[in-house]
Design a protein around this ligand. Structure first.
Ligand code: BG6
Ligand code: MG
Length: 218
């Protein structure tokens, strides 16, 4: 990929930054947790954000003090994903979070490289449903990494593919796992959402209405 050294590369998370699919993950995991008589709280859910499917189930088993066979583990992963995908049946362009589409278009027009790093293995499917897959120069998702957020592997891959040093990357994240991962390798982090959960981010914004391209001028 051609280097655009003077402009920071923007790396977007998907769930909770581009579209509000986090609520569907939460509902689907709640049902899994209830099998172990465990009520998944919003606090628990904050810790699941940005975390892979496998690691999420491991956390739920730990919280509910449960042990299951490998076969059962695989079955619960599949059942959770089936429930989650069913909830996405009607997902479309109207589910893009306010302001983010306009921000990406503006950034593209101003020569910024646009990248995605999502822990989700459903990322391509979701981007296609939202009809924005072509807006991304670089896409990295849960299928491309061996270690999920808070490990920085996916951000490292995205930076490499964008031909951009991590110090020239700005990451938009709604999860503390994602912010921790990107901070670890010296990327600038913008937390999208609740200030309490994202206190380690370089900057925190409620949404993209509060963010302008000029804020990232070199
Ligand atoms: C992340 C979400 O983007 O993807 C997590 O924040 C989710 O909640 C993870 O568990 C994995 O998603 P999927 O779609 O592969 O189950
Ligand atoms: Mg997210």
């Amino acid at each position: 990929m051609k280097t655009k050294q003077n402009y920071p590369t923007f790396i977007f998370d998907l769930d909770g930054v581009i579209t509000k699919t986090e609520a569907y993950h939460f509902q689907a995991w709640k049902q899994t947790a209830s099998l172990f008589d465990y009520e998944l709280t919003h606090e628990n859910n904050e810790q699941l954000k940005g975390v892979s499917r496998v690691d999420s189930l491991k956390k739920i088993l730990e919280w509910s003090d449960s042990e299951i066979s490998t076969e059962m583990f695989e079955r619960l992963l599949k059942e959770k994903n089936d429930r989650y995908l069913k909830a996405l049946t009607e997902l479309s362009e109207k589910d893009i979070i306010e302001g983010v589409y306009e921000f990406i278009l503006d950034a593209r027009n101003h020569q910024h490289t646009i990248a995605l790093y999502s822990s989700s293995k459903n990322a391509e499917f979701i981007l296609s449903k939202l009809k924005i897959i072509d807006l991304f120069d670089v896409r990295v998702d849960g299928n491309d990494v061996t270690q999920s957020k808070p490990h920085p592997e996916g951000f490292e891959i995205a930076a490499k593919l964008a031909n951009s040093p991590p110090s020239k990357c700005v990451v938009f994240e709604d999860s503390s796992a994602g912010v921790i991962a990107a901070n670890q390798i010296g990327m600038t982090t913008v937390g999208i959402g609740n200030a309490d959960d994202l206190s380690m981010a370089s900057r925190i914004c409620k949404n993209f209405i509060e963010i302008a391209l000029n804020d990232f001028k070199a």
